[in-house]
Design a protein around this ligand. Structure first.
Ligand code: ADP
Ligand code: MG
Length: 959
């Protein structure tokens, strides 16, 4: 059994192709290494088909023959029927592939020529026969191409064997290869060729070459069962009859396109009949249908015993590269694809050559009769011989019996004598037995002692071994201990070294401190000195100043006096000398006064400078003091570390743990929504996460949940961040949720959403709330404390996709509680979800879709149970538009949620009108057919069927 082998061959671009569509790409792309052909559907997509072989435009005729036809020819040579057939549009190379004679260029020889070459080379024309018929099928009439006057040849079918024959057709016995080529040429000359626009060489008729082969089988050797002589074997002469069909089909194009103006409608109808009928048979065979409509046309009747079924078949489909013939090329490829599904069960047709068999059997009978005659004679003489020998034997037997009787008498006498001797020997034997038993006792004793010796020896050796083993073991242990000792020593040395270094360091520090202290005291002394000195100077200067002042006052008095005197003098108009004298004195006084004032100013400046200097020094002093205290602190820290080191040295480092590390962990890994979020994460992350959780749980135990919750309200935002991260982690575990809520954690988280401006806090707090919102009890609490409003506010205030995802997750969880729906809608929860989609982040969108699906599902459940009525709350917030717009998202889970949401919304009859007007009904129909999930498809179907409004609408649509 085998399949119909189908190869596809692409004709290279012809001159016409090049002229007419030079600008267009080929409509096919071959992948010969994959045996695939890509057929372009449009500019952006193509379909790929697999064939048994794919030949590019450069494939040689030889290779095409070897791959397509040679296996069929070989099987025909071994007695099976076979067919090679070419199918394709006119001008794509069917005749080129099959019928080329290759007279000018031997490499162009087609399949017909090459097949006959192979056949002629493989049969012996002396004992075997090769006959051909060459026919044309045109307008449902068979014409003999070798005798063109014979038209309308009838087809005969043997009702028993199903064999097809054409008694009216000429069959010519092929003498040699050249004879065959001659016959082909004659046939070609007679072939009716209808010219078409597409190709002037191509034909509208089917050309059929039939090659009948009759071969005598190399005689089979079989054992003759009745023969006594195994060397004689009978031989059965056999002939094998087989048939090779090579069919060059008419062009497969639709006639209206090929522009066959001059043709009769009749011709078109008949050509179509044979090819369409072939197509139908192939479809039926491919589908393994019990009825194959072979009777519908001449072509299929002719091919009945040679295509599919019981013959080996190869089909070569020919195509052209041009996009102009895209439709024809497509249908050709589909034809080939269907033919690939046909399975054959090939039958060997062998017949007995009865005449020669009869002749052979007669000679055998003669031979056997003579033989039997000869054997009978031989047997008679043998019988006489045997009787004679029997008599002789009888005589000799009697004589021997006499001899035996005399000998037995003699033997009896000897026997009695021997019995006497035995008795004597027995007595002696008993005596020796006694002695023997004595000796045996002795031996037993000796053996006992020997055994004991041996045991002792054995024990000794085991002791020695044990001793050696234990010694070895102890030595090993000692070596190990020594090693350990060395390691410990090395460790303690290094610890000592570290200790020394630390000591040195601390000494240095001490020295430094002493030095600083000394310097400090020096500075202080100097400061005191200078202060004293300056104070003294200042007092001196003040004194001087005071003196000067009194002096100045005196001078002033004198001046006043002088002035008075001068007035007196002027009044009295006497004593001018005195006046001039006084003026001189006055001037001198004035100069003195001026110099004093100058001195005073310089002293003041000096005083100011000194005060500044004093300030600088005291600043320096302060800096030094500060440095000193820092050094002191550092020293203390080092000492502390030293103490720790001393303590820790014997235990090693393994107990040291960075207890703060979890604080720096990123909270983003926290599972907010259980499934969807954590599914995407790699295993390692999950491991670190659980490790993180474990540490957090430990901390919680140590610190106490209440304290951590108190930290949520801390003033320090860093502390708040750490605390909220811990709470978010704890909230991911169901067991912690109740206590978190009891201890006021939920309130604290909501307060955070209300008042915090910190992005991290908002994100993590939303995550924590999302975790808490998984629990139905918490959902009510969250809602009653304004959680939905706060979440909506948080969503509107941020663009951070992580925060949005958490918020969306929290809201999606709340959507799963039907009792809260009205409140959720009134608090703006649904609007907030639909608004969050603006971020475009796929995780956020997925959460929103999940929320809507949750909402719709609960709503439809409530409808069924009868505690809800009226149009869906979701629809009021315009969720339907969003669902329709996002129906074709690429994320599978989002898509599934949207499909679910739509299906559940469809349940509500009050939604139906809007469903129809918004186009959601079409979407629902599509879901019922195309959704990737069977359950959703079924749900959608159920909704479509159960809703009378939809039914009516769909009936209208069909009309
Ligand atoms: P069909 O029999 O399918 O109508 P033909 O065999 O007559 O097509 O081929 C049409 C033309 O294309 C002929 O000129 C032929 O030589 C040429 N042709 C077909 N196939 C090939 C090929 N593989 N290589 C080169 N020329 C080819
Ligand atoms: Mg042709």
């Amino acid at each position: 059994p085998g399949r119909v082998r189908v190869a596809v061959r692409l004709r290279p671009r012809s001159a016409e192709d090049l002229l007419s569509d030079a600008d267009f790409a080929d409509c096919v792309e071959l992948q010969p290494e994959l045996k695939r052909l890509k057929l372009r559907k449009n500019n952006w997509s193509s379909e790929s088909y697999k064939f048994d072989e794919v030949f590019t435009g450069t494939a040689s005729q030889k290779r095409v023959y070897e791959v397509v036809a040679k296996p069929v020819v070989e099987s025909v040579l071994s007695g099976y029927n076979g067919t090679v057939m070419a199918y394709g549009q006119t001008g794509t190379g069917k005749t080129f592939t099959l019928g080329r004679l290759g007279k000018d260029d031997a490499s162009e020889r087609g399949i017909m020529v090459r097949a006959l070459e192979d056949i002629v080379a493989n049969v012996s024309l002396a004992s075997d026969t090769v006959e051909i018929s060459y026919l044309q099928l045109y307008m449902e009439s068979i014409q003999d191409l070798l005798a063109p006057e014979k038209t309308n040849i009838t087809i005969n079918e043997d009702p028993k064997t199903g064999e097809v024959s054409l008694p009216g057709a000429v069959t010519v016995k092929v003498q040699d290869f050249d004879h065959f080529v001659e016959l082909l040429q004659i046939g070609e000359g007679n072939r009716h060729a209808a010219n078409t626009k597409l190709n002037t060489e191509s034909s509208r008729s089917h050309a059929i070459l039939m090659v009948y082969i009759r071969r005598s089988v190399p005689e089979k050797v079989e054992d003759d069962i009745n023969s006594q002589d195994r060397k004689t074997k009978s031989k059965l002469p056999l002939v094998r009859k087989s048939k090779l069909l090579i069919v060059d089909l008419a062009g497969s194009e639709r006639l209206d396109k090929s522009g066959s103006e001059g043709l009769l409608l009749e011709e078109a109808k008949f050509i179509n009949l044979s090819l369409t009928s072939l197509g139908k048979c192939i479809n039926a065979l491919a589908e393994n249908s019990p009825h194959i409509p072979t009777r519908d046309s001449k072509l299929t009747r002719l091919l009945r015993d040679s295509f599919g079924g019981s013959a080996r078949t190869s089909l070569i489909i020919t195509i052209g590269p041009s996009s102009r013939h895209h439709a024809e090329t497509t249908s050709t490829i589909m034809f080939g694809q269907r033919a690939m599904k046909i399975v054959n069960v090939v039958k060997l047709k062998e017949e007995f050559d009865y005449e020669s068999l009869c002749r052979k059997l007669e000679t055998q009978v003669d031979h056997l009769t003579a033989e039997i005659d000869r054997q009978q004679k031989l047997r008679e003489s043998e019988k006489y011989d045997l009787e004679k020998r029997l008599r002789d034997c009888h005589d000799s037997f009697n004589e021997t019996r006499k001899n035996l009787v005399t000998r037995s008498e003699l033997l009896e006498q000897k026997n009695t004598r021997l019995e006497l001797v035995i008795e004597e020997a027995l007595a002696e034997l008993n005596c020796q037995k006694d002695q023997n038993s004595l000796l045996e006792d002795k031996i037993a004793d000796l053996e006992m002692s020997l055994k004991q010796n041996k045991q002792n020896q054995l024990e000794n050796s085991t002791y020695q071994k044990v001793l050696a083993d234990t010694t070895q073991m102890y030595e090993k242990k000692i070596a190990e201990l020594m090693k350990q000792l060395e390691v410990e020593r090395a460790k303690s040395e290094s610890a000592e070294e570290q200790l020394d270094a630390m000591k040195k360091l601390s000494d240095e520090h001490k020295k430094l401190i002493q030095h600083h202290e000394m310097e400090n005291s020096k500075y202080q002394m100097a400061l005191a000195d200078t202060t004293q000195m300056y104070e003294m100077k200042i007092t001196e200067l003040t004194k001087q100043l005071e003196d000067e002042h009194t002096r100045f006052e005196g001078a002033q008095e004198q001046l006043d006096l002088a002035n008075m005197l001068l007035a007196d003098y002027q009044n009295s108009t006497q004593g001018q000398d005195e006046t001039s004298e006084l003026r001189l004195k006055l001037e001198e006084m004035y100069r003195l006064h001026e110099s004093t004032v100058n001195e005073l100013q310089s002293l003041k400046a000096e005083f100011k400078d000194q005060i500044q200097e004093k300030e600088a020094i005291s600043e320096k002093l302060y800096a030094v003091q500060e440095k000193l205290s820092a050094e002191e602190k550092r020293r203390k820290a080092i000492e502390h570390e030293l103490v720790n080191l001393k303590k820790g040295a014997p235990e090693g480092d393994k107990h040291f743990e960075d207890k703060k590390s979890y604080m720096k962990e990123n909270i983003r890994g926290t599972s907010v929504l259980g499934t969807s979020a954590s599914l995407n994460k790699s295993g390692t992350l999950r491991v670190t996460q659980s490790a993180q959780r474990a540490t957090i749980a430990k901390i919680c135990e140590e610190v106490g949940l209440q304290k951590i919750i108190q930290l949520l309200t801390s003033e320090d935002s860093d502390v708040q961040i750490h605390a909220v991260k811990v709470i978010a982690n704890l909230a991911a575990e169901d067991v912690n949720q109740e206590s978190i809520v009891e201890e006021g954690g939920l309130d604290a988280l909501l307060t955070m959403l209300r008042s915090s401006q910190n992005a991290t806090i908002l994100r993590v707090a939303s995550g924590a709330i999302a975790n808490l919102a998984m629990n139905e009890m918490n959902q009510g609490l969250i809602m009653s404390r304004g959680g939905a409003k706060l979440l909506a506010k948080t969503a509107s205030g941020t663009d951070d996709p992580q925060t949005l995802r958490m918020v969306a997750g929290a809201l999606a969880n709340l959507c799963g509680n039907e009792k809260l729906h009205t409140m959720l809608k009134e608090d703006g929860g649904i609007k907030a979800m639909l608004g969050m989609v603006r971020s475009g982040n796929s995780d956020v969108v997925a959460q929103v879709a999940r929320g809507l699906a949750n909402f719709a599902k609960c709503e439809s459940r409530a409808m069924v149970q009868g505690h809800r009525k009226g149009r869906s709350l979701l629809m009021e917030d315009h969720a339907l538009e969003w669902l329709i717009d996002n129906c074709n998202t690429t994320s599978a889970s989002t898509r599934r949620h949207i499909e679910l949401a739509l299906s559940h919304l469809a349940q509500n009859e009050d939604n139906a009108r809007e469903f129809i007007s918004s186009g959601a009904l079409q979407e629902l129909q599509r879901i019922s057919n195309e959704s990737s999930r069977e359950d959703i498809r079924n749900l959608a179907k159920k909704m479509l069927k159960s809703n009378p409004v939809f039914q009516g609408e769909m009936r209208l649509g069909q009309q």
